[in-house]
Ligand binder design. Sequence first.
Ligand code: SAH
Length: 206
Amino acid sequence: MKNKNIQNLLAKLKTQGIKNSKILQTIKKVPREQFISKNLQNQAYENIPLPIQCGQTISQPYIVAKMTELLLLQPQSNVLEIGTGSGYQTAILAHLAKHIFSIERIKTLQLQAKKKLQKLKLYNISTKYGDGTKGWPTNKLFDAIIITAASEKIPSKIMQQLKQGGILVAPIGKKQQILTRISKTKKQFIQETIEPVHFVPLIYDT
Ligand code: SAH
């Protein structure tokens, strides 16, 4: 049953335009059911977002795949993720990049995600409890940055941590949100709008 559900999901993602075979293989490999509560596990391979604890959501598999594809990850990429949530997107990224630095502002979720990721033996991940709008708390630069919560403007501290040649992917907007990719070149930031999306808000802690 599980295999059939995964095959159906992969077929669906392909029809939605996900072409990168490494990403599709990773979606096949990472057990999404382990990132959601028991009573919803029968829906783990449906192409839908699902509620997790603390009023948050695990993103839809298509959105996870799309955002991952837009990041153009390399095996040597260091990635910053804001909004660990369930840790599912983190696990996908960990299979495709060198190291993932992930921040979550809800302690319960951060601890749970950390445990799950360790159980899956994904050791190239550092999780942190805190306000991601302030960026990673050392002045580290990242090849890729993913924000999995929506804001009207990308916080400047996060923008400052993007390497030259780096790529940031985030939903921009409040009620109406657009998935956006920002590439940092030598001279400027290039912004591409991708498609409408719906994320929980990025919270600015004071
Ligand atoms: N990629 C996650 C998405 C979780 S929803 C998944 O698929 O499971 C977005 C998450 O962003 C929530 O867990 C929320 O608590 C977190 N978040 C919101 N504002 C934040 C902030 N300022 N810093 C860190 N995390 C934040």
